[in-house]
Structures are given as structure tokens and as C-alpha cells.
Design a binder for this molecule. Structure first.
Ligand code: PLP
Length: 364
């Protein structure tokens, strides 16, 4: 008997996620020196992790023989302080990706519908399909989620609605007032998931707390992978009502966030100077990349995040040409945007190197 025939049908139908290419892979494939390769493909922080987080992680490693605190007490206490909520309103995750999966465990079954933007973060769709639910994709409007159209797409079968703001892969956010009004008009049988992976970069990001206080069915998702520069450690969280956190905690594995990540995350939350510097430098870099694209006559999406979506014509060719020069960007055919590439804002030096390479390509 073929092993595959024993698998659940949803597993066999499951599409495969294509992550940004690691530096080591590109170096191996193209025979390049990894030291000369710049990765601007996964919206990582070009300034690294906060030094305070690194120090805390090293200290935590000294106690590596012990299981982590399964309840993430210190992290939830720090998050409660930061968001002005109670520790019981947080659910820690192995990256915020894991929280998306936990939402599937709690809320989704065959035939349920999940409303999401297109193009948006592919994990919303992957998790939807994994649980046998139906992905209802609503095209973006002006590069952001089309909230009125998403409201119209909701049916009696809708369980979850995902809104990423700023959205990935466009970088464009929804105005806070529009998001809050959308949330308040949702029917009670729908849970709103607001993916705030890039919220720290966005001056206009909504504050979800009023919705939580009003008892709306809403959850915010945050990550330490972007502004805090801890993508390697895999840590993020969801926050909402106590009921929301309790439901998600039921399906969470006891030690889903390791002790090194917990310690680093707590320290990262205290490193305000690092976060402020990253916001400032990112803003400058984003403006520089946008100005560079304009100078080359290339269209781009308005971004409030740490990346820029640029229309280059043949995205696959640009990706390959840039990669040959040790510059890894993200090609977007998998997102249905073959004419575009997504570029993470790098250091000032990395941005200049990229723009110089782009100028040569644009001249053809
Ligand atoms: C990067 C990103 C995340 C964060 O994923 P982690 O699992 O926390 O690393 C979540 N949502 C979006 C839209 C992202 O781009």
C-alpha cells in the first residue's frame, strides 16, 4: 500500500511555501562568497538583533539543560506592560506563523470559509487549506485590503477574516479608522485576525485595544522576527480577550517557545533605543529606495513597512540577475505578481548597492 494513500486528502493537496532563499544556498548554487551576499528577501532587520537581546539569549543558553517556562511568565508580563493588557490576554507562539496555525486548530473545519486579501501573506491560505476550509480571496484595492469588498464576502460560513496591515507583499496599510469601523460592523460569528507583523514601522497603525475592551472577536498578531531582528529564534504572539488567549492556549504545545527565544524577546522589548533607531533608519532607507525606483521610472506600491514592492517588468529575470550579483530579493510569481519584486529595506550601504545594480538592469 502506498504511504501517500494513508495521508489525509488535505495534506496531499497542500501547496508548498517558498521562503526567501538563504544566503548559504545562493552561495552554494552560484559559487559566490557568502560574505558578499546581501539578503533583502524576507523583510529581516538589516541591523541585526538588539545587542541586549543577544546578551540575554547567551545567558539563557547557559541554562540549556532546563525545559523552558511553558507559560512564558516573564514574556507575558512584559507584553502586558507594553500593551497595557493583562498577561492572560497573550498567547506566545513559535513565530506568529504558529498563532495562525493555532487559529486553524481552534476555529476551522471542512466547509468553513476564511476571507483574506489577494495578494496577502500566503500562510493565511496555507493554514485555511490545511484544515479543509475554503479560502475566499478578495483582491486588494490600491495595494491594501479592500475592507468594503471583504465585508461583502462574508457569509454564514465565514469563521475568520485576515487583515494584514501593513500588508505583505505590498507594504500598504489600511487607515486605523477604517479598520476599526470594519471590525465593529462584523457579524458576531466571525473572528477578525489583524496581522501586525510590521505595525511598529507604521505610524498610522490601529490600536486594537478598544475593540478588545468592547468584547469584539478580534486577535492581533505580532512578531519578534521583524523590527526586533529575532527571526532565527522563532517567537511571536497573539493578543485579544482572555477567552481568545485561553482557546489558543488549549491547542498550543507546552514548550512551543524555547527558553533562548523567551529571554531574547523580553530583553528586546526593553531595548527602546534600538527599536527607535531601526524605525528611523528604515524610514530613511524606504524613502531612498522609493526615490531610486522613481528615478528609474519604476512603479512601486506605497509602503509603511520595511520593504518595497517594485514593478520591474520581468520579476523572475530581475531576481536571477540580482542574485548573480549577490543581491537576494523576492520574486513574486507565487503571489500572482510576475512583474514585481519585493525588496527589503537594507542598511544605507546595501540600499545603494541594490539601486546601482537595478540602474544597470533598468537600462537593459
Ligand atoms: C514576517 C511575517 C510574519 C511573522 O512571521 P514569524 O512566524 O513571526 O516569523 C507574520 N505575518 C506576516 C505578514 C509577515 O510578513
Amino acid at each position: 500500500m502506498k504511504l501517500e494513500s494513508l495521508a489525509r486528502p488535505t495534506v496531499l493537496r497542500q501547496p508548498v511555501y517558498e521562503p526567501g532563499k538563504p544566503i548559504e544556498t545562493v552561495a552554494r548554487e552560484l559559487g559566490l562568497d557568502p560574505a558578499g551576499i546581501v539578503k533583502l528577501a524576507s523583510n529581516e532587520n538589516p541591523f541585526g538583533p538588539s545587542p541586549k537581546a543577544v546578551a540575554a539569549a547567551k545567558r539563557a543558553l547557559e541554562q540549556g539543560q532546563l525545559y523552558p517556562d511553558g507559560g512564558c511568565f516573564a514574556l507575558r508580563a512584559k507584553l502586558a506592560e507594553r500593551h497595557q493588557l493583562a498577561p492572560e490576554q497573550f498567547v506566545p507562539g513559535n513565530g506568529s506563523n504558529e498563532i495562525i496555525e493555532l487559529l486553524g486548530h481552534v476555529f476551522l473545519g471542512p466547509g468553513d470559509e476564511v476571507v483574506m486579501g489577494a495578494p496577502a501573506f500566503v500562510v493565511y491560505k496555507l493554514v485555511t487549506l490545511l484544515f479543509g476550509a475554503v479560502a475566499v480571496e478578495v483582491p486588494l484595492r490600491d495595494f491594501a485590503h479592500d475592507l468594503p469588498a471583504m465585508a461583502k464576502a462574508i457569509t454564514d460560513r465565514t469563521k475568520l477574516v485576515f487583515v494584514g496591515t501593513p500588508n505583505n507583499p505590498t507594504g500598504t496599510g489600511n487607515p486605523a479608522a477604517a479598520l476599526l469601523a470594519f471590525a465593529r460592523a462584523l457579524p458576531e460569528h466571525v473572528v477578525l485576525v489583524v496581522d501586525e507583523a510590521y505595525a511598529e514601522y507604521d505610524r498610522h497603525a490601529a490600536d486594537l485595544r478598544p475593540l478588545i475592551v468592547e468584547g469584539r472577536h478580534v486577535i492581533g498578531l505580532r512578531t519578534f522576527s521583524k523590527i526586533h531582528g529575532l527571526a532565527a529564534l522563532r517567537v511571536g504572539y497573539g493578543y485579544g480577550s482572555r477567552e481568545m488567549a485561553a482557546l489558543l492556549n488549549r491547542v498550543r504545545q507546552p514548550f512551543n517557545v524555547n527558553a533562548i527565544a523567551q529571554a531574547a524577546a523580553v530583553a528586546a522589548l526593553d531595548d527602546h533605543a534600538f527599536v527607535e533607531r531601526c524605525i528611523r533608519d528604515n524610514q530613511a532607507g524606504l524613502e531612498r529606495l522609493a526615490a531610486g525606483a522613481r528615478a528609474l521610472g519604476l512603479e512601486y506600491a506605497p509602503s509603511a513597512a520595511n520593504f518595497l514592492l517594485v514593478k520591474v517588468g520581468d520579476g523572475a529575470r530581475w531576481f536571477a540577475e540580482l542574485q548573480r550579483q549577490g543581491l537576494i530579493v523576492r520574486p513574486l510569481q507565487p503571489y500572482g505578481l510576475p512583474a514585481w519584486i519585493r525588496i527589503t529595506v537594507g542598511t544605507a550601504e546595501q540600499n545603494e548597492r541594490l539601486l546601482a545594480a537595478m540602474a544597470v538592469l533598468a537600462r537593459g
